[in-house]
Design a protein around this ligand. Structure first.
Ligand code: CMP
Length: 139
């Protein structure tokens, strides 16, 4: 996958609260093009695999339970400098530290329930996109 792409999930808390439309509006207004998108729900084993890097962390069980409790919106986004620019748009992992106007400042409630995911590198963007989408679903 090209390095001008990143992967995102609108997490269960954001979907439950009806924020899908508002968050997608922020994303597209910031210049990101949606090249793949679906409403889906992760199984326990999906979440354990997706977040395997955090498996030794004390919050892992809580994270898996949260990410599997309801539907998410998974999407692949395209823009120059996508990974870094998207992480700027969403703000710090902890919404208390997130800059004004960022998606997490507006819609996240806590470090755990932080509304949105953004890949942290081009390599992980490719891995995470391939986890959720078949090649023919990415445009
Ligand atoms: P994200 O950065 O998208 O991916 C890892 C997730 O783990 C992170 O969002 C949070 O949802 C969660 N997380 C990270 N740190 C903590 C923490 N200290 N306590 C609870 N959840 C956390």
């Amino acid at each position: 996958m090209a390095t001008n792409r990143t992967f995102t999930m609108l997490k269960p808390d954001a979907v439950e609260k009806g924020h899908i439309g508002a968050i997608l509006e922020k994303i597209t207004a910031a210049g990101f093009k949606i090249v793949a998108m679906k409403l889906t729900q992760m199984s326990k084993s999906d979440a354990e695999t997706f977040y395997a890097i955090h498996s030794e962390r004390p919050f892992f069980g809580e994270l898996v339970q949260y990410m599997t409790r309801g539907p998410i919106v998974a999407a692949v986004l395209e823009k120059d400098n996508a990974v870094e620019d998207f992480r700027t748009l969403i703000g710090a992992t902890n919404p208390a530290d997130a800059a004004e106007g960022t998606i997490r400042k507006l819609y996240a409630t806590s470090m755990g329930e932080n509304a949105v995911h953004g890949s942290d590198s081009d390599a992980n963007a490719a891995i995470e996109s391939a986890f959720h989408f078949a090649g023919r679903e990415i445009f």
